[in-house]
Design a protein around this ligand. Sequence first.
Ligand SMILES: Cc1cc2nc3c(=O)[nH]c(=O)nc-3n(C[C@H](O)[C@H](O)[C@H](O)COP(=O)(O)OP(=O)(O)OC[C@H]3O[C@@H](n4cnc5c(N)ncnc54)[C@H](O)[C@@H]3O)c2cc1C
Length: 407
Amino acid sequence: MKNDRKDCDVVVLGAGAAGMMAAAQAGQTGARVILLDHADEPGRKILISGGGRCNFTNLEARDSTYLSQNPRFVRSALAQFTPAMFCDLVRNHHIRWEEKERGQLFCQNSARDIVDLLVAECRRGQVKFELNCRILSVRRDESGFEVQTAHGFVRTKAMILATGGLTIPKLGATDLSLRIARQFDLAIIQPAPALVPLVLGRPYPDLAGVSLTVQASLGRKKPKFTGGMVFTHKGVSGPAILQISSYWHTGEALALNLMPELDVMGTFEEIRARRPRARPLALLENLPQRLGRVLVGVACDDRPLIEQPMKAIRALASLVEKWEVTPVSSEGYAKAEVMKGGIDTRALSSRTMEVVSVPGLYAIGEAVDVTGWLGGYNFQWAWSSGYVAGRAAACYVRGAPVTGQDS
Ligand SMILES: Cc1cc2nc3c(=O)[nH]c(=O)nc-3n(C[C@H](O)[C@H](O)[C@H](O)COP(=O)(O)OP(=O)(O)OC[C@H]3O[C@@H](n4cnc5c(N)ncnc54)[C@H](O)[C@@H]3O)c2cc1C
């Protein structure tokens, strides 16, 4: 370890999506900023996001598209830095994008464009990057904070925690922000993998690779998600499953409507009238055959439809409309897109992300208890929380007032 000493106004821990946005904003608002990361390049998670095309925002981002113990918390930051404002930035950097489903915006070329945008914005704010830099400890005293790193000491007036969540450990995810939060007596909402494939107690390995559109639900109080599902060797995955996984708790059964766009019993009656001598599998012509065989095996025998009691046909319809499976676990942080839980937002100002009990300390991005749905919401949270924290930290060091309203 070296004994070098550096001074700055704002230090940002973590050069990911939220950290680079915060560093750029603080720098462009006049603060001297150092951005620390233990990785050898910034924004590694951005590079693998959205299948390499980065789903960088969602035009429908609003509080109901996020999970948090403090559901209104996101409102102020999302209002201060909106998806449209990020689109302006993307446009200014001449990045071409396209809208996929329902407001999901993706790069047309590569996720690298978004990393380059953030790095360029940081350069505009004269942010100093310190990469390959192990962070050893953090200390607060009357004049600010001191961060001890493998490169030496950094003294700063304000500090922004932006080291993200625990997903994809092989990309260098750690619990550093959570540990520092605990050091400052902040509460942590139990972290868990979210947007993650689910493991079934009785999986269907023979169906691995079979995909279809389903509606996944957990109970009346939780949202339902319609979208793709794919069987895996261990259980189920695909957009509808990733979405519902964020709301799933151990022990809960998952209800799957396998033909969410059809009146199932009406469709069955119509097929039975049209093809009375067909076998029951014909009722499931809208489903992949391999799956159809499994379902028929549960509800009916192999007699022609005309000989099947209505009870058996109704049982098959109920099974299709509400196929219950009970996951035993998720596939964990190695396969999750995000971590849910994190630093309890009730300790933070919703306007600035500042820790109310520790002036000059801020927490942003995935490290805090805000988890977006699948579809660009998580990056929008990184941009919005990073934007407000970066500007607020720069104002804090100057003793200037901060604009914006609380949620
Ligand atoms: C496969 C995958 C695909 C995704 N696709 C999308 C998508 O298309 N759209 C979307 O909205 N969201 C997507 N996400 C989620 C999104 O990537 C995250 O929500 C977002 O990156 C969180 O930003 P962050 O800045 O809080 O954390 P990160 O982007 O994870 O950045 C944290 C940074 O902190 C650094 N760090 C961690 N620990 C330490 C330490 N101890 N010392 C120093 N540095 C440290 C890391 O190296 C990293 O650079 C995806 C996630 C994954 C895993």
